[in-house]
Design a protein around this ligand. Structure first.
Ligand code: SF4
Length: 434
């Protein structure tokens, strides 16, 4: 059995694990990306398993034609690879004939061996040329061998940035790129706040349409709205853009620190910053306070899943007075999350990667009040009487920004409140029966 290696790092020792993962693959990110980029179509080049995953994760859309599908590649030997290119070309031509509204076609790679052997980059380049970039054709990997579910988004955003560097951009220059998919309602709120701070020429990545990005270069700053964007940050930096170091915009404190880092970079005066943020800060604090009694003192264990765990743990600890036992993350982009980790109380265990059986043992021994974990672990824990929260909900639910602070707190409070209600019902029934 693998033993975890413990190394000394700030602020707490990190448990590095290299065992089995229990995390969805990068294809899962298509579920929120296809809703976000409204004229894009995601075509998974994969197997029946991939088709089942995205169909069941997304639910079946009966009344609207979805904007994702799977081109199923059956098993074949290497000699069959040429046919596979022809087959994909035929599928794409059929799709575009039926759906002329598609402005961007995204080929998504998966992990069956016949797809790994297939050169998806070459296929995307060929198809892009063939259709004269109408639609643009690009690709990224959502393979379960290489990616966890939020890394699918990271690879997509990196592909968008690279595509822009190859195919050129609109004439405008982006002064600020806000990188990371957020719900439209959150994007609107952030855009309003940035406007009120007096910022111009900012752009969200991804945007709501496949329109090309403004020019990105040495005059561009970028700020991450999601913590899982290592490849995207590297792609932006390769074009000369520089990262604004900030906490992530979760809760009142995180959102204020995130906006302040942007404001300071662009020379916004402290008085203007205070005037713009005062009212929404107050609303966020009030909304969060409503849930504090449900979470104060509760011991929480976070399994590695979305890479949002360090930010969630910081929010739980500092704004809801919860006690954090362990914070797991599939990967830690240390530079990006340094601020988050530094704000955790001393003694919190940080773990990177996963060795699921060992981690389950640690979790059971710690007897937490709430476990934040993937769906595969949640059911067995619930059967043992351990209260859980599915981590994937933090990727699907609008939780960033001031106006969502209460919703974020509620996501954690709900399972605990439900447990308390069930326990109350049972004891009430027992009293009634005696
Ligand atoms: S990409 Fe791999 S892990 Fe993901 S659904 Fe397809 S076969 Fe499964």
């Amino acid at each position: 059995m693998n033993q975890p290696l413990v190394s000394c790092a700030t602020p707490s020792a990190t448990i590095r694990q290299r065992g089995q993962h229990e995390v969805f693959c990068g294809l899962t990110s298509i579920i929120w990306l296809h809703r976000k980029v409204q004229d894009a179509f995601f075509l998974v080049v994969g197997s029946r398993t991939c088709a089942h995953l995205i169909q069941s994760a997304a639910g079946v859309m009966i009344f609207s034609e979805p904007r994702f599908a799977t081109a199923i590649m059956e098993e074949r030997d290497l000699a069959g690879m040429v046919d596979m290119h022809d087959e994909l070309d035929r599928e794409v031509a059929r799709l575009l004939e039926r759906r002329p509204d598609i402005r961007m076609l995204v080929l998504v790679g998966s992990c069956p061996s016949e797809v790994i052997k297939f050169d998806l980059n070459r296929a995307a380049e060929r198809l892009d040329k063939r259709f004269g970039s109408k639609p643009r054709v690009l690709c990224y990997s959502g393979s379960g061998i290489e990616t966890t579910f939020t890394q699918g988004e990271d690879n997509f955003l990196a592909a968008l940035v690279q595509d822009q560097s190859v195919h050129g951009a609109s004439d405008k220059v982006a002064r600020l790129v806000v990188a990371g998919s957020v719900a439209d309602v959150v994007e609107d709120q952030f855009a309003r706040l940035l406007d009120e701070l007096g910022l111009e020429d900012f752009v969200f990545l991804p945007g709501r349409s496949s329109e090309r990005l403004p020019k990105i270069g040495p005059n561009t700053k970028f700020v991450l709205a999601q913590p899982y964007l290592g490849a995207t940050a590297a792609a932006l930096e390769s074009l000369g853009a520089s990262r604004i170091n900030a906490l992530f915009p979760l809760g009142e404190e995180g959102t204020t620190a995130w906006l302040k880092a942007i404001a300071d970079t662009f020379g916004v005066s402290p008085a203007r910053f205070a005037a713009v943020t005062e009212a929404p800060r107050r609303r966020a604090l009030e909304a969060t306070a409503h849930y504090r009694s449900a979470l104060a003192g509760k011991r929480i264990f976070l399994f590695p899943d979305s890479q949002m765990e360090p930010s969630l743990a910081r929010y739980l600890s500092r704004e809801l007075d919860a006690e954090i036992i362990e914070v797991g993350s599939p990967y830690l982009h240390r530079e990006h999350v340094a601020g988050e980790l530094a704000m955790l109380p001393p003694g919190v265990s940080i773990s990177e990667g996963q060795d699921v059986e060992i981690q389950i043992d640690r979790c059971r021994a710690a007897k937490p009040d709430l476990v934040v974990c993937g769906m595969g672990l949640a059911n067995p824990f619930e059967a043992e009487g351990i209260v859980t929260k599915w981590s994937i909900e933090f990727a699907f639910t609008p939780i960033q920004g001031y106006e969502q602070a209460g919703d974020l707190a509620e996501l954690f409070a709900r399972p605990l409140t439900r447990k308390a209600m069930i326990a109350g019902d049972r004891s009430g029934n027992r009293r009634a029966a005696s």
